[in-house]
Design a protein around this ligand. Structure first.
Ligand code: UDP
Length: 313
């Protein structure tokens, strides 16, 4: 059994990852500064004998007592609304935070994983995006703080792999959804579901012809676990390749929630990617992984989660 540090462990993906690792019998140290994470995401893990929570900003020096087998760096604002509000923290967690955690991994002789993103492809000129595509990123645009921080983090991770022979993994995560998505994080899945179940207008940005593809969180976590335990050091895309327009997605949410909400159009945010879809050939071949949860099944679970949240409020 391994001793694992998960940064961003109180976030959406981080908390699912902590839960999964504990269920596999591992010891988990969860580090977060709750800037976008939430302690309620890990409340149910707090009494677990193999779970520890540490409140810390990974952009500052990190010290952990005892051995570590894995360092999984999942700390970062990840929603466009969040990183537009806190661009400097976003750049710091990807640069200084990644540097601190790579240093810690080197010191502890631990394997390292960077949670990267489909945003490294920017507004892609190739669709779907294979790992070999270098991307089309505006470094000085409003999304640049996230895109470039992750691109720098990837470069630093590969440098530690090449120079210090660290066993590093890079997962490029595409749009992921599920319970514990934050209702107000501005992202399309929580936004549309909450608008639909409250009978509010569904806010489609632009003409809604831009595409995304949505992966249910349990599928993503299984892929991450396979990648952690693989011999791969190059980046791997994980996501669901079922691509649809945002307008189609809005229709799906209205249907599944049986909502009477109507669709309204709002301005398209700056540098909003026109298309996004993962090419998961590599994950299929080298990890024997592909998503299993259908969009309808995953959305039903997520809708149930938000209905329950609403009834508590
Ligand atoms: N979007 C939308 N209405 C919303 C929120 C998002 O139409 O209320 C669109 C957004 O413009 C983008 C897509 O949905 O084209 C996905 O946005 P999200 O913020 O979830 O993340 P992104 O995939 O852009 O990182």
């Amino acid at each position: 059994m391994a001793r694992i540090l998960v940064t961003g462990g109180a976030g959406f993906i981080g908390s699912h990852l902590c839960e999964f690792l504990l269920a596999k019998g591992h010891e988990v140290i969860c580090m977060d500064n709750l800037i976008t994470g939430n302690q309620t995401n890990i409340q149910h893990l707090m009494g677990h004998p193999k779970f520890t929570y540490v409140d810390h900003d990974v952009s500052k020096h990190i010290s952990i007592e005892g051995p570590l087998d894995f360092v999984l760096h999942f700390a970062s604002p990840a929603s466009p609304v969040d990183y537009l509000k806190i661009p400097i923290q976003t750049l710091k967690v990807g640069s200084l935070g990644t540097h601190n955690l790579l240093g810690l991994s080197k010191d502890k002789k631990a394997k390292f994983m960077l949670a990267s993103t489909s945003e490294v492809y920017g507004d892609p000129l190739v669709n779907p995006q294979p790992e070999t595509y270098w991307g089309n990123v505006n470094p000085v645009g409003v999304r640049g703080c996230y895109d470039e921080s992750k691109r720098f983090a990837e470069a630093l991770t590969m440098a530690y792999h090449r120079i210090h022979k660290l066993d590093t993994k890079i997962v490029r995560i595409f749009n992921t959804y599920g319970p514990r998505n934050r209702a107000n994080d501005g992202r399309v899945v929580p936004a549309f579901i909450n608008q639909a179940i409250r009978g509010q207008d569904i806010t489609v940005f632009g003409d809604g012809k831009q595409t995304r593809s949505f992966c249910y969180v349990s599928d993503l976590i299984e892929g991450i676990y396979k990648l952690i335990n693989s011999k791969i050091n190059d980046p791997v895309n994980l996501g669901n390749p079922q691509e649809m327009t945002i307008l189609q997605f809005a229709g799906e949410i209205i249907k599944l929630t049986k909502s009477r909400s109507k669709i309204v159009h709002k301005p398209l945010p700056i540098d909003d990617p026109h298309v996004r879809c993962p090419d998961i050939t590599k994950a299929k071949k080298e990890l024997n992984w592909e998503p299993k949860v259908s969009l309808q099944e995953g959305l039903k679970k997520t809708i149930d989660f938000f209905r329950e949240e609403m009834s508590k409020a």
